[in-house]
Design a protein around this ligand. Structure first.
Ligand SMILES: Cc1cc2nc3c(=O)[nH]c(=O)nc-3n(C[C@H](O)[C@H](O)[C@H](O)COP(=O)(O)OP(=O)(O)OC[C@H]3O[C@@H](n4cnc5c(N)ncnc54)[C@H](O)[C@@H]3O)c2cc1C
Length: 402
């Protein structure tokens, strides 16, 4: 696999990871790469705010052409077919289909809510992608007073969504159903704060129980109970879209591309994968959690790997094997409460947790800072840096994806 004089790099998806790879690569290799980004919409979707969209809040989206800048080509559309061997993608866009040739492709297609693994999946709503959040919005707004609503899943998305829904509609009856302990992926004091906040918002928490089936007006639980639910929002975890699997690229159970520590596909070396769509070996042997914390560094790494290739640099010169150490996680609980929790490098909750104004301020910075980080990388290519991992500690709490 030799590098062409001018490398054509196709980036599929312009979320956090795809947009960051594009601006870093284009900015650091002017004249040596042609970077093209394909994304279904011309505006950036800040996925961290999809539960805000579902509850009818106005969330402005930056224009992608401005965000990516003049050094990156933009094609509006959806990659419907990918042939890594032939170096060709078929893009279905508003003006029909077209072929886009490439020398290297970066899969940055993110993730959506995993289909519920129980009967009745057709009755659930979700907030994992923009279309789902937009479908949920009018349904939630039209609920009559006293309606029973369930959110299933106690990770990032489930906690943030149930709190937001409860805060917006105190007249409906919210319930959180999760197989683990509610807030069990925080340290005990922070978990207590999570449970107390949900309680204050009027959310009934059902931890340690699984949903066995979804019906139009109730949930059947594995402990034999049936609870009323005219609206069920499924937040049970994310999976990558089927594009890579359909192209014959080696993927994991969630459809994410299996990569080495240079973020190259283990089955197709011209393919790299970043963000939620990539499965790189993490410090503990498991994949890095699907998160912004992994999306930005993995994107920067992929750009550096491709830059090293086109400039003829070896791994030691242009990049090191991918190594990311997590530092903290920040979860909002409606607009008036949040938790900022320190973690070890392996994304396990440890040490101090902040609540109150400090946590709210951190969440505000995170929500507003995402598009700004991409803009900053475009203006100062190479600006994104990330902490590396320490020796792996034994796990005493679960890390969280979704
Ligand atoms: C409600 C909610 C709250 C969250 N809260 C947090 C949080 O607090 N902290 C945290 O770290 N993470 C959080 N996450 C997770 C975080 O949003 C994801 O980990 C992050 O978005 C991953 O970034 P990405 O660039 O890989 O994917 P995405 O941001 O999903 O971007 C993928 C892009 O690819 C496009 N695409 C997909 N398929 C194709 C195709 N075939 N052709 C062209 N384009 C395609 C999509 O349209 C999208 O624009 C949250 C997620 C949700 C939904």
């Amino acid at each position: 696999m030799s590098a062409p004089e001018t490398m054509r790099v196709l980036i599929i998806g312009a979320g956090y990871a795809g947009a960051t790879t594009a601006v870093r690569l284009a900015g650091r290799c002017r004249g040596r790469v042609e970077v093209t980004v394909v994304n279904p919409r011309p505006t950036f979707v800040n996925r961290l705010r999809l539960h805000h969209i579902a509850t009818g809040q106005r969330v402005a989206g930056a224009g992608l052409r401005d965000l990516l800048g003049a050094g990156v080509g933009f094609v509006q559309g959806h990659v419907a077919e990918l042939d890594p061997g032939a170096g060709r993608a078929v893009v279905a866009g508003p003006d029909g289909s077209r072929d886009v040739p490439f020398d290297r492709v970066v899969i940055a297609t993110g993730s959506t809510t995993q289909a519920p693994p129980v009967p009745g999946g057709e009755y659930v709503h979700a907030v994992g992608d923009l279309a789902a959040a937009q479908r949920l919005r009018p349904v939630f707004a039209a609920l009559p007073e006293g309606a029973h609503v369930s959110v299933v899943g106690g990770g990032f998305t489930g906690l943030e969504t149930v709190a937001e829904l409860a805060e917006r509609r105190p007249d409906v009856r919210l319930r959180l159903v999760t197989s683990g302990e509610v807030g069990g992926w925080f340290t005990p004091r922070a978990a207590e704060h999570v449970r107390a906040t949900l309680d204050r918002l009027g959310v009934e928490s059902l931890g340690g129980t699984r949903v066995r089936a979804v019906e139009p007006d109730r949930l059947l639980l594995d402990d034999g109970r049936a609870v009323p639910s005219v609206l069920t929002v499924w937040c049970g975890g994310f999976a990558a879209p089927p594009l890579a699997r359909d192209a014959g690229i080696a993927v994991d159970d969630q459809g994410a591309v299996l990569t080495d520590s240079a973020l190259r596909s283990v089955s197709h070396p011209t393919v790299l994968a970043v963000g939620d769509a990539g499965h790189a070996p993490g410090p503990g042997g498991e994949r890095y959690s699907m998160s912004c914390q992994a999306a930005f560094p993995s994107a920067a790494q992929a750009a550096d790997v491709l830059r090293a290739e086109v400039l003829g640099l070896g791994p030691g010169d242009g990049y090191a094997p991918f190594d990311l150490g997590f530092v903290a996680r920040c979860v909002s609980l409606g607009g008036r409460a949040a938790v900022l929790q320190r973690t070890d490098h392996n994304d396990v909750a440890r040490g101090r947790a902040w609540t109150g104004r400090a946590a709210l301020a951190a969440k505000w910075v995170q929500l507003r800072g995402v598009p700004r980080t991409i803009g900053a990388e475009r203006r100062l290519p190479g600006a994104i840096r990330w902490p590396h991992s320490a020796p792996v500690l034994p796990r005493d709490a679960r890390s969280v994806a979704g």
